[in-house]
Design a protein around this ligand. Structure first.
Ligand SMILES: Nc1ncnc2c1ncn2[C@@H]1O[C@H](COP(=O)(O)OP(=O)(O)OP(=O)(O)O)[C@@H](O)[C@H]1O
Length: 581
């Protein structure tokens, strides 16, 4: 019940639907129990006493009762569904919002397919229980209670004899729940893995095909698919084992009813109509208890689903606005790192060690170094994707942690290594960070990023629709659109993380020249592997294993025989000579 308690803020706002649904459920259940009573009266008071004149009145009464039951059933079902669907509408929105605001560190380990299955199958499992399972449970309790009272009224001894199997049935149902709950969690988990496999495969289809690993991928999927099948079969085996046992116990009660009830009728201690009514009433008790397995089943699924949803909802935001955080309207772009170190939670050792540097607005900082040396990590601290483990990162003289995250990021244009484009028009991709941009602003940004000319050559120009991963564009074209998107927000700090790696050197030079003009008074960080990309920077930081091992301007650095000079030699001098040396 703890899971449902924790999720109450999603369904309590709609409790009025639930209450209406339950009120009409009471009416429906009441009428259900009236049926055997009408039957008993018809047999004992009308048929056996030869009072056939009552039959038309009884029939009309019966029709009236059926109409009332029909209307009550409609209201009960509709409001029950309203309760379920409205609750999961809130829940799904809540989950999606949480996913938007969770920090990057959460996504380091999260699997897209698994998240997708939580947002779809698990939410649906939860909805099903809210819509039907909850009220079904109440219906069962009501049906059992009312039937029990009517049965006692007919014959206390017959009631006790026929219900002697109930404790056994209760034990079996309890055991069933114990066994089936972990099994359902297994199914849900396995389904998440299956989704992840499909999603990863589609995202990485280029790699799969280029390395001819289709068969390997089919095998991998087959394994995950097989595991899902096994999990399902395991659950089914639990179900198949317990259900006949429950039915058997139910049938023992019917046997007792026929034997002892028949004896009572023969001895005139019970009316024949009462015996017939008893049979129906016994069914109203046995049927819910036997089907309790089914509802328990739904309950277990909903509980397992709810737990998986809570795993997301209860995740700590970790990086959030501090109390009284400053709104950064328009930053100047002065950046200072003071002895900054960074350790990722999932990785041993420090990714950055005591990094210190400063950059005045309008300056360009070049970051160069081997892969994994910490270049991207530096920029991720500026945007507060991660937070420094030690030291402070200042922008305009204030610790980045003092700013509202949204306004801070609104001042930073970031073009990351893998420029993701949404499956919408080029225009809306460029204006993604500032949807209110005018067409002039969009075109201006595209011109600066050297993207305007090729966009105009596309059949629909700026209205050209892009595929999920910007299919139909070359790597360099995608990068230029991503640069235009970053410029479009008119940032105070621009980060180009390997953003021109797929662009030819001439275009890169032109982009940088254009950017230099607009980034006057703003700060630019250029991360690159090519010396040509950063040689005009005001300060170049050479990184190795999270340390700054050299710093200075290009002209100074090539005169020193350090790591920068080595990179320079490899890129510009006779490579063979160096390799031989
Ligand atoms: N999210 C993360 N979780 C754990 N470790 C990380 C994470 N991001 C980076 N690292 C590790 O931190 C170190 C620095 O990585 P970073 O991405 O900053 O290097 P880089 O210089 O930008 O490399 P590249 O040129 O290959 O992009 C590496 O050892 C990397 O494995």
């Amino acid at each position: 019940m703890e899971t449902f308690q924790k999720l109450k803020s999603y369904y309590l706002p709609f409790k009025k639907y639930f209450i209406i649904s339950i009120l009409f459920l009471i009416v429906v259940t009441g009428i259900t129990v009236v049926y055997p009573i009408i039957l008993q009266l018809t047999i004992d008071e009308v048929v056996l006493k030869g009072e056939y004149g009552w039959i038309p009145y009884l029939s009309i009464g019966f029709i009236a009762v059926m109409i009332v039951k029909g209307i009550a059933t409609y209201i009960y079902q509709y409001t029950g569904d309203m309760f379920g669907i409205s609750s999961v509408y809130l829940l799904r929105n809540g989950l999606y919002k949480k996913l938007q605001y969770l920090p990057f560190s959460y996504y380091d380990n999260a699997k897209t397919g698994d998240l997708m299955s939580r947002l779809t199958a698990d939410v649906e499992g939860f909805r099903f229980f809210l819509s039907a399972g909850f009220s079904e449970l109440i219906r069962f309790v009501l049906l059992i209670a009312v039937s029990f009272v009517v049965m006692l009224n007919y014959s206390v001894s017959l009631t006790l004899v026929t219900l002697v199997t109930i404790p056994f049935l209760a034990v079996v149902t309890y055991k069933f729940d114990k066994a089936v709950h972990p099994a359902f969690r297994g199914i849900r988990k396995s389904f998440g893995i299956l989704n992840t496999k499909v999603q990863e495969n589609i995202s990485g289809i280029n790699t799969v095909k280029s390395l001819s690993r289709e068969d390997f991928e089919v095998g991998k999927f087959n394994k995950a698919n097989g595991d899902y099948k096994d999990q399902y079969l395991f659950t089914s085996s639990i179900w198949s084992k317990y259900f006949p046992l429950m039915e058997f116990l139910g049938n023992v009660s019917v046997l007792l009813l026929i034997a002892y009830g028949g004896y009572l009728v023969i001895n005139d201690s019970l009316q024949p109509g009462e015996l017939v009514a008893f049979y129906s009433l016994l069914g109203y008790i046995m049927w819910p208890i036997m089907n309790l397995g089914f509802v328990v089943n739904q309950f277990s699924q909903a509980k397992a689903s709810g737990e998986r949803l809570l795993e997301i909802l209860e995740k700590d935001y970790l990086i959030a606005d501090k109390l009284g955080a400053k709104h950064a309207e328009k930053l100047e772009g002065e950046v200072e790192f003071c002895n900054v170190s960074l350790k990722y939670a999932t990785k041993e050792g420090f990714a950055l060690n005591e990094i210190s540097f400063s950059a005045q607005p309008g300056k360009t900082i070049g970051l160069i170094g081997g892969t994994g040396s910490g270049k991207t990590s530096i920029t991720q601290l500026l945007t507060r994707f991660y937070e420094a483990s030690d030291g402070v990162v200042l922008i305009d003289g204030h610790n980045v942690e003092e700013y509202e995250i949204e306004s801070l990021r609104g001042n930073i244009g970031l073009v990351s290594q893998e420029s993701f484009l949404f499956s919408s028009s080029i225009k809306s991709n460029i204006a993604y960070g500032k949807p209110e941009s005018t067409m002039e602003e969009i075109v201006h940004a595209a011109k600066l990023a050297q993207a305007h000319d090729f966009i105009m050559e596309l059949p629909d120009g700026y209205d050209t629709m892009l595929g999920e991963r910007g299919l139909g564009l070359s790597g360099g074209q995608k990068q230029r659109i991503a640069i235009a998107r970053a410029i479009c927000i008119n940032p105070s700090i621009l980060i180009l993380d390997d953003a021109t790696s797929a662009v030819d050197m001439q275009t890169e030079f032109t982009i940088q020249k254009e950017l230099h003009a607009i980034m006057e008074n703003k700060t630019t960080f250029i991360i690159a592997h090519r010396i040509s990309s950063i040689k005009h920077a005001d300060e170049i930081l050479v990184l190795d294993d999270g340390h700054i091992v050299e710093r200075g301007r290009h002209a100074e650095l090539i005169t020193q025989h350090g790591p920068y000079r080595r990179i320079y030699d490899i890129q510009f001098k006779d490579q063979k000579k160096i390799i031989n040396a």
